[in-house]
Design a protein around this ligand. Structure first.
Ligand SMILES: Nc1nc2c(ncn2[C@@H]2O[C@H](COP(=O)(O)OP(=O)(O)OP(=O)(O)O)[C@@H](O)[C@H]2O)c(=O)[nH]1
Ligand SMILES: [Mg+2]
Length: 277
């Protein structure tokens, strides 16, 4: 499935793997899961991600950022529905994915091999159990191969920790990671958050809005791997001010809307919990 010059991600399994979701009810009662993969020029990384993610997905959606390589062809050949983002960045792609998806639970996973799709059952478990509306993978709990190696990574980690601490102390929560791209969220909640960010600042927007809106956010440990192939395009010097601006805006200025659907969402969670028993 690969040429010698393409590396497989470290998590790619050699052994048989369990692909079942944590659900003991009937299959027809189980909430549908959409796995959404944002991609931009990930032809060397995408196959293993889609191959394993497909095992957990009722719908596999690739939101592509106008790749100039074979990313879209590979995604389509592997059975994903492929749509294009509007060219404004990963955040815009996530927002497009939310709009286009049809599942009850949305799972976001990067297409660069940084996340192990076999963590998807653990990510969706608290939602299937009716205990969470949004589950974020945490690199602080699950470890990371790329938090400390370079000065740029140190700055990202430091900034991320400052933001997480500020969320914890202002919102009385105890989160460890506000910026991971690996998460699961009830689609109704994702829509209700009315997301606006166009770049990777969408991760902290989702976390802060979830907490401030009173939705239930749970973290589970997930490991972050070094992207299997290609270079990181993330440049701290280009985007640091957008992180600071969106952090301060969503934490201190933005106000949660009244959420008339809140009771319905809680009831749906309870129904989900009952079905899974
Ligand atoms: N659709 C879309 N996807 C994007 C865009 N930018 C990045 N992505 C994808 O979003 C995921 C995360 O982007 P990365 O470039 O890996 O960003 P990162 O994980 O913060 O940084 P590194 O892993 O260090 O490069 C990857 O699957 C990218 O291909 C974009 O503009 N549009
Ligand atoms: Mg990455």
């Amino acid at each position: 499935m690969t040429t010698p010059s393409i590396r497989l991600p470290a998590w790619y399994p050699q052994a048989p793997r369990v692909t079942t979701l944590p659900w003991s009810g009937t299959d027809t009662d189980r909430p549908r899961i959409s796995v959404i993969v944002p991609t931009r020029n990930e032809e060397a990384n995408l196959r293993p991600v889609l191959e394993l993610a497909a095992a957990y997905a009722d719908e596999l959606l690739v939101v592509d950022g106008h790749s100039t390589d074979a990313t879209r062809e590979i995604a389509a050949a592997m059975g994903a529905r492929v749509i294009l983002d509007d060219g404004r960045g990963k955040g815009a792609a996530i927002r497009r994915g939310i709009q286009e998806s049809t599942g009850d639970i949305l799972v976001f996973i990067d297409g660069d091999g940084s996340h192990d799709p076999r963590d998807i059952p653990a990510l969706v478990a608290p939602i299937l159990a009716g205990e969470a509306d949004h589950v974020s993978g945490s690199r602080m709990l699950g470890g990371s191969d790329e938090l400390h190696a370079t000065f740029s990574q140190f700055i990202r980690l430091f900034g991320s920790q400052v933001i997480t601490l500020s969320v914890n102390y202002t919102q009385n929560v105890r989160l460890t990671d506000c910026q991971n791209g690996f998460r699961a969220i009830r689609r109704e909640v994702a829509l209700a958050l009315d997301l606006r960010e166009n770049i990777t600042t969408i991760e902290q927007e989702m976390v802060i809005k979830t907490v401030r809106s009173g939705y239930r956010l749970v973290e589970v440990p997930t490991h972050e791997y070094v992207r299997a192939n290609g270079e990181s395009r993330f440049r701290v010097r280009d985007v640091w001010w957008r992180y600071i601006a969106s952090w301060l805006y969503y934490l201190f200025i933005w106000r949660p809307k009244r959420r008339p659907g809140r009771q319905a969402l809680l009831k749906a969670s309870e129904d989900t919990a009952r079905c899974s028993q």
